[in-house]
Design a protein around this ligand. Sequence first.
Ligand SMILES: NC(=O)c1ccc[n+]([C@@H]2O[C@H](COP(=O)([O-])OP(=O)(O)OC[C@H]3O[C@@H](n4cnc5c(N)ncnc54)[C@H](O)[C@@H]3O)[C@@H](O)[C@H]2O)c1
Length: 411
Amino acid sequence: MNALAATNRNFKLASRLLGLDSKLEQCLLIPFREIKVECTIPKDDGSLATFIGFRVQHDNARGPMKGGIRYHPEVDPDEVNALAQLMTWKTAVANIPYGGAKGGIGCSPSDLSISELERLTRVFTQKIHDLIGIHTDVPAPDMGTNPQTMAWILDEYSKFHGYSPAVVTGKPIDLGGSLGRDAATGRGVLFAAEALLRDHGKSIAGQRFVVQGFGNVGSWAAQLITEQGGKIVAVSDITGAIKNKNGIDIASLLKHVKENRGVKGFHGADSIDPNSILVEDCDVLIPAALGGVINRDNAKDIKAKFIVEAANHPTDPEADEILAKKGVVILPDIYANSGGVTVSYFEWVQNIQGFMWDEERVNTELKAYMNRGFKDVKDMCKTHNCDLRMGAFTLGVNRVARATTLRGWEA
Ligand SMILES: NC(=O)c1ccc[n+]([C@@H]2O[C@H](COP(=O)([O-])OP(=O)(O)OC[C@H]3O[C@@H](n4cnc5c(N)ncnc54)[C@H](O)[C@@H]3O)[C@@H](O)[C@H]2O)c1
């Protein structure tokens, strides 16, 4: 099932549990606006190259729309649509005053020079500058983009609208980025896993974790889990997969990854088949790479008791059903990886206030939001007698439905 079909299905299940009227359901499901723009740039050799840029603005009932911009050769409009919708429910679950959006440019960033990337980002910003804004739509980095990309968007946008640091989040610290933003999604995954395990009478210490993906989210989650006494027994990334049942030394692995651009060849663990990472023996599985990786082909072989979804939509609905029958507890993406957008919200607040928080304050506030989010999700599970995914979906959809109804439709 593709990402959009899966997201729509979960939305409809939640809508049914909430007893939403079909007209309101339509209104919540259909994106507010879909933008598609042509971006032509001169390449360094003087030739022209044309790319297509997208921005799907899904919903703004609860506040400005918020979501990442990815640069990837296969930016698929359906997936961008699904991810924009997931952002709407995620910001509502986190209870931050935002709606949802997502965007991207179909390009291969590794095939473009820095100056070509800068020109492409500036042209894309020129095409959408009047449709984004501090109180309209606030982009952030995603796959293939980074703080430098946000700096270029900020600069280009500011030419039209005056200096506007709050127009993007995930900026370099020197341009108003927030302390703690880099680690925020991984730290949020730690707090989410802590809350889940606590609910089952357990703690991070002594649990065995497997992490798929060792990029920003996976590596921070692994590092912070290790600091709390958790044991990371297997890790994978695009270069390969490694395993050590006594626990991988994450500090040494980080050093290895920095020097070798991947986990492959790390001496402190055995190399394993990357296809087996999700079915390795462990207590907690953390998919932190791609969408759709847990599906009907591998769900029956998963040995973890808990899955904490750090990636967006890593679990297919068919796998959800198989795993539920096996008694595997899944902490869904729209709650588990909301730490990133929550600290993005703190960044936006700091920019608007013109005031910088210290890192301790950022992390303390993040923990409070993640703990409150878990309690709110659990309350919805009790009310609707449902699993955590539907608890999170009913929580998010209900908040957006209430805001939409309160604002009304008077033309
Ligand atoms: N960065 C954030 O703040 C944030 C917030 C919410 C959700 N997410 C989601 O978390 C996931 C990871 O994001 P990130 O920011 O860490 O990205 P990233 O690009 O920093 O890291 C991705 C990691 O996945 C690995 N990978 C790619 N293909 C793989 C494969 N086939 N098998 C195993 N590993 C593979 C890469 O090698 C890399 O280690 C994505 O789904 C993203 O949408 C990220």
